[in-house]
Design a protein around this ligand. Structure first.
Ligand code: PAP
Length: 314
């Protein structure tokens, strides 16, 4: 009986802490959206990386940074060898989260083209980002089963110590219901997919799985889309291969900066860089999800994407 009472009390405490945690991050999010809509000035040269959580953002940040700056840096002393990709290619949201004008004005001092990332869904982007001509978007998606598992493991590591870890069953339910910081996963993907069909010159739509399977092909496609195609001379010198190698999971995850250092995500959240590099594999979710869970997720995917010409995977 005493055990039962204790567990009920713990449950109530957890729910209260969860609610506090969610409402604090909800308020931050609202502020961020308002700031981006009212204050953020888009420039024609800006490059935006948009994605849901855990779909390959860190990897793509590294690749775009390396492609855009390939004539500036030597591969032996490259900034990506001593900085986490999130430092080289920051989140727009993180700047805003800081609530300090000093940090926000830092945006003006970043080198052009401005490389900024956001997890916001298409429908929450301000009109200026969508309509300013010249600026480009790259979106990356991933099989939802792997997204769910990767995100569940990551968030449990970030969870305040006073909260018990979120059980996978609960994370699964929330994910299926579309409850996440950035809305339902499938809607997130579909909105950007539809935009990419409408404006292929504005947004390049990528999949984590195709990047894993054919990194050289995708890196060339990226460079071309961003208006900086590789010259024959660069190809002959093996620059595409160098970029792929520099940004590979094996290379980045073994760097001192990514093994031991931290990165400030927002004013209050500091993340160990090694949390961004777990396994980097396709299909690892099968080691966590039951067959039933996987079938259910595949069924939602089929239903949600039906008729749009989009499937997950390469
Ligand atoms: P974020 O939403 O916190 O920015 P994001 O970078 O999108 O995370 O996704 C992290 C996933 O990408 C992790 O997947 P996993 O949990 O299934 O392992 C991470 O391991 C993987 N990842 C990070 N860097 C690379 C890379 N260079 N190559 C391939 N996968 C990578």
């Amino acid at each position: 009986m005493a055990d039962h009472l204790l567990s009920e009390q713990l449950d109530t405490h957890n729910k209260q802490e969860n609610a506090k945690f969610s409402s604090e991050s909800g308020a931050e999010m609202t502020y961020t959206i308002l700031w981006i809509h009212d204050e953020f000035k888009v420039q024609a040269a800006d490059i935006f990386l948009t994605s849901f959580l855990k779909t390959g953002t860190t990897w793509l940040k590294a690749l775009i940074f390396a492609i855009i700056n390939r004539t500036q840096y030597d591969f032996s002393t490259h900034p990506l060898l001593s900085n986490n990709p999130h430092e080289c290619f920051p989140f727009l949201d993180a700047y805003v989260h800081d609530h300090s004008h000093e940090t926000i004005s830092c945006l003006d001092s970043l080198p052009s083209p401005l490389l900024l990332a956001t997890h916001f869904p298409f429908s929450l982007l301000p009109n200026s980002m969508i309509t300013t001509s010249g600026c480009k978007f790259v979106y990356i998606c991933r099989d939802p089963k792997d997204v769910l598992v990767s995100n569940w493991l990551f968030l449990n590591k970030l969870r305040p110590k006073e909260l018990t870890p979120l059980p996978l069953e609960e994370a699964f339910e929330l994910f299926c219901q579309g409850m996440s910081h950035f809305g339902p996963y499938w809607d997130h993907v579909l909105e950007y997919w539809k935009w990419s069909l409408e404006k292929p010159e504005k947004i390049l739509f990528l999949k984590y799985e195709e990047l894993k399977k054919e990194p050289l092909v995708v890196v060339k496609k990226l460079a071309e889309f961003l208006g900086q195609p590789f010259s024959l001379e660069e190809e002959r010198k093996g620059i595409v291969q160098e970029i792929v190698r520099l940004c590979s999971f094996e290379n980045l995850s073994n760097l001192e900066v990514n093994k031991t250092k931290t990165c400030k995500l927002t004013k209050d959240v500091v993340v160990n860089n090694n949390l961004y590099f777990r396994k980097g594999e396709i299909g690892d979710s099968k080691n966590y999800l039951t067959n039933e869970m996987m079938e259910h997720l595949d069924k939602i995917t089929l239903e949600k994407l039906f008729g749009y010409g989009l499937t997950f995977g390469a």
